[in-house]
Design a protein around this ligand. Structure first.
Ligand SMILES: CSC[C@H]1O[C@H](OP(=O)(O)O)[C@H](O)[C@@H]1O
Length: 367
């Protein structure tokens, strides 16, 4: 990964994150020293992507804890547990944040002594684990997709180095296929209304010189109808239920319908930390709803605001819809398992049993 694409920098005990609100115009790192700052970075989308928000929450608290002197292990444990509860209120859909908080709570509960140190060690380990898992997803995804006809892919939102500790999930597969000479071209959606595709995936693909074309979300069916060499649609995930129903960036569901209609594979790529085995189906997934003005106005920079210090504050919004327009802005949708061909994780590539409409991820992960 090039240094340009490093979303999370951790040099014990200091954490800084690439402020993704300013991309692709400015590369500016923000220091995160407290759990409040980590919460703000996640809620305001300075950092985003299911694995990245879990890691920033964990390491933001690690930075805070490292600077504190606790009177006892019990005090440290109580503090960490309370802050983990608080951090889970930053965003509701990606399960990685909740999974990480539960795992870290178990670490501090299990540590009889050295609670603060045990917490920091475990939070730090998450960074390395995520890169390792994404590399495995890339490798397994390449192997899985090699057999399918065609030499192009389509992806949605941003699932790359910027959304993770490094390499990425769906975009990690794109990266590995490109490096292996298995990929001639990738199409990627702008991902309205937040434009993670046009701003962030474009930034990653241009940085690495991967042959790529940006399309409007609404151009996907026309693209699939026109180009039979697109072998698959590959997307990430924010939460996958035990039956394979998958919450991912809004627009994913309609991509899956288009892929099914045109006879293309629809592949979900995510670490196993994105799988929520407590949920039987996607019906139980909380979908974040974001402000209406993300739709009624367009965000961006003018030449003068890009150059100004604190450009985030000056982020200009161009009104598109008339004042008084009501908008509905769900940030995610749930793609039914029936439309998903395969789920690629670091633990393996999961498919449905012949004739089944859903996955059995409880059995797959137990195997
Ligand atoms: C590998 S990241 C998964 C996921 O995160 C994105 O959402 P957001 O940008 O709102 O955090 C998107 O759904 C990606 O597929």
């Amino acid at each position: 990964m090039t240094a340009d694409l490093q979303a999370i920098r951790w040099a014990r005990p200091r954490l800084s994150i690439l402020n993704q609100l300013l991309l692709p115009h400015r590369r500016e790192y923000v220091e995160i020293a407290t759990s409040e700052q980590a919460h703000h970075a996640i809620a305001s989308m300075q950092t985003r992507g299911a694995p990245a928000i879990a890691i920033v929450a964990a390491l933001g608290l690690a930075a805070e804890v490292s600077a504190m002197a606790f009177d006892s292990d019990d005090v440290a444990r109580a503090h960490i547990r309370a802050r983990l509860e608080y951090l889970q209120t930053a965003r509701p859909t990606a399960v990685n944040l909740f999974e990480a908080a539960a795992r870290l709570a178990r670490v501090v509960d299990a540590a009889a002594t050295g609670v603060a140190q045990a917490y920091v060690d475990a939070a730090e380990q998450m960074l390395a684990d995520d890169v390792r898992d994404n590399e495995a997803i890339g490798r397994l995804g390449c192997e899985h997709l090699r057999a399918l006809p065609g030499d192009k892919l389509l992806t949605h939102c941003n699932t790359g180095a910027l959304a993770t500790a490094g390499h990425g999930t769906a975009l990690g597969i794109v990266r590995d296929m490109w490096r292996a000479g298995q990929l001639a071209h990738v199409f990627f959606t702008e991902t309205r209304p937040y434009n993670q595709g046009a701003r962030l995936t474009a930034f990653e693909l241009v940085s690495e010189g991967i042959a790529a074309t940006l399309v409007c979300d609404s151009a996907v069916s026309a693209l699939l109808a026109r180009d039979p060499s697109i072998k698959a649609v590959v997307v990430g995930a924010d939460r996958v239920a035990a039956n394979g129903d998958t919450a991912n960036k809004i627009g994913t569901y309609q991509l899956a319908i288009a892929a099914r209609f045109h006879g293309r594979a629809f592949v979900v790529a995510a670490p196993s930390t994105s799988i929520d085995l407590a949920l039987d189906s996607g019906a139980g997934i909380t979908i974040e709803e974001r402000p209406q003005d993300e739709i009624t106005a367009a965000a961006g920079f003018t030449a003068s605001s890009v150059a100004a210090p604190g450009a985030e504050l000056l982020r200009e919004r161009l009104q598109i819809a008339p004042t008084g327009t009501h908008a509905w802005n769900p940030s995610f949708d749930v793609t039914p398992a029936a439309l998903i061909s395969a789920i690629v994780t670091e633990k393996g590539v999961f498919v449905k049993r012949p004739d089944a409409q859903v996955f059995d991820l409880r059995a797959s992960l137990a195997a």
